[in-house]
Design a protein around this ligand. Sequence first.
Ligand code: IMP
Ligand code: MG
Length: 180
Amino acid sequence: MANDPLLGPVVVSADEIAARVVELGAEISKDYAERPPLLVGVLKGAFVFLADLARAISLPAELDFMAVASYGTATKTSGVVRIVKDLDIDLTGRHVIVIEDIVDSGLTLSYLRKSLLARGPESLSICTLLKKTGQQRADFDVEYVGFEIDPEFVIGYGLDVAERYRNLPDLRVYLAGEPE
Ligand code: IMP
Ligand code: MG
């Protein structure tokens, strides 16, 4: 992968991610000290972030996963999302934190958030590793943001192009731009 001509500059290095994940974990541990959270990872992009973040949280957290697919093309979300893998755990009365890789337009999370809120959690917040500056078309709060980044297409640390590059330790620009 090192000599892949489509691999662009590092946007956030593995060391910077690790340091920020520790901070986010401490913040969540403080905020949820009295109400252990249920961490809901959105597959597949959030799997690396969730694995690291969960270990930075010093509370008896529970974990579950869901997978969503957007109607429309691979990366331009229409805002209508299909749940491909649903949660195993009932959300009623739970303190849920949705763990996402990246908020771009925000349409995916906006839809997911509404559908999870309809299941009666006691509280619901969102933690995303990345948020693209100035791109959001849906209006909702994101309580925990790892990094705000320029609106470029990035890969690595769980994020992919056609299932590749998820295992890169750093976040990098993808030089071919946003795939169609
Ligand atoms: P949104 O609905 O526009 O916020 O986009 C959400 C989804 O698009 C994310 O969860 C990612 O799966 C994907 N996505 C958006 N931007 C990027 C990127 O820069 N790299 C990889 N995937 C991305
Ligand atoms: Mg995603």
